[in-house]
Design a protein around this ligand. Sequence first.
Ligand code: GLC
Length: 509
Amino acid sequence: MSQSKKKTGKVPAVEVVEEVAAAVETPQPAEIKVETKRKLLFVASEAAPFIATGGLAEVIGSLSKAIARDPKYDVRVIVPLYQDIKKEYRKDFRFIGNIFVPLSWRNQYCGIFEYVKDGVTFYFVDNEYYFKRPGCYGYYDDGERFAFFCRSVMEILGFLNFYPDVLHCHDWQAALAALYLKTIYCFRPEYQFIKAVFTIHNIEYQGKYSLDILEDLFGISYRYQYLVEYDRCINLMKGAIECCERFTTVSPTYAGEIKDPYYAHGLDQIVRRNEFKLCGILNGIDPDYYDPMTDKALFANYSADDFSPKAVCKEELQRMLNLPVKPDTPIIAMITRLVSHKGLDLVKEVIEQALRQDIQFVLLGTGDSSYENYFADLGRRYPGKVVSVISFNSDLSRKIYSGADLFLMPSKSEPCGLSQMIASRYGTVAIVRETGGLKDSIIPYGAGGNGFTFHDYNAYDMLYVIGEAIGVYRNKAEWEKLVKKAMTTDFTWAKSAKYYDGLYRGMMK
Ligand code: GLC
């Protein structure tokens, strides 16, 4: 028995599990070391504010922070140490050690760095061969890079002597962490009680590889081929769904949609078979990070109580983009990756009809060259009405969120979507298609809601709703009520963090 257990007694005012409390005998509270926190580790390929290419990073950064507010949790996050991790943070990372990680026949160096932010401990996995490259993805050896990352995660738990109650893996790049846990590490006593959750942020990206490399590259025995094989390929997302105790998606509606072949990119059968362990929890946004009252990128700051300075944001945006300064002309904005599931085909089909009305259209984004060319050309053909900025620029995005009147998001599928929430928080009313998280966060104006919606993936339904929105915009009193409603909708993590807490607790029983 340990020294602390010999001389113990009265239990301090902390929540202690009964058997542990019973083992405590004499009154030396300072020496009592009882682990009462629920240990949670997020495994992901990116995390804001350190490195972000999309919504995944924002969710990892803001959800971990929201859960860490609950003192019952010890929340940690682990991501690769990419070359592009922001210098302002990197300079303060603390090197805590290095190990060698076995990956099939390889044995690779792995440095471990640590940084604590908002109550969350972040770990960064260092290996220059794999991660000292520009960007996060898109390399021929991404499979090997993320296999190394996931295998490192497993080894780092031993190095840290930190065995989480729940290992929460996000998207295919982290799927192998769950697979390694359930096929290799669970046979070691320290790892045997770790439960795994897998969250699908977008089912389109599954991590598919040739079966030949299962052992040689991923270091998974062919004995487990049945777990990862799908359609005669290795499918890492499928493997994680099969072997996790629970799997989730980022909105309740999307959880229903991925059972349907229309949305599931081939995995509907697997989702349906594992439906008993699926749930959908809506993402939130960090209200401090997106606050029109304090956002320094804005031309003027405002709140839901007084959003009159939003007019200044609009005027300055028009000036900056060389649009005629017209306070009463509604600006419809899109900030999006230019890829097909964002509903850009609908926009292409009817935008010129919409432009017959007195509106201005602003688009910010990059992506497939066919869309980039189309929107750049649209801007040239409608000077003074359309501005397409084919790039990504966070500062300009915030100026658009605050300066526009309407925010268009007609996605064909949208697991959650964060832009509609950010726009609403900045008083820019969303027009969305009723899919995934768009449906769960934007309630139609006609039903007393906070935005405009249409159901079918149909360009003319979208055009009709744009018309409806412009009609309401022209009615100043109604419009102000709607803007206020959008701004005061609760998009924080408060509710969803409770659902995650329930999910984790259910698994820890
Ligand atoms: C993915 C999804 C997006 C979601 C984000 C965060 O990028 O496409 O809808 O909001 O992940 O979960």
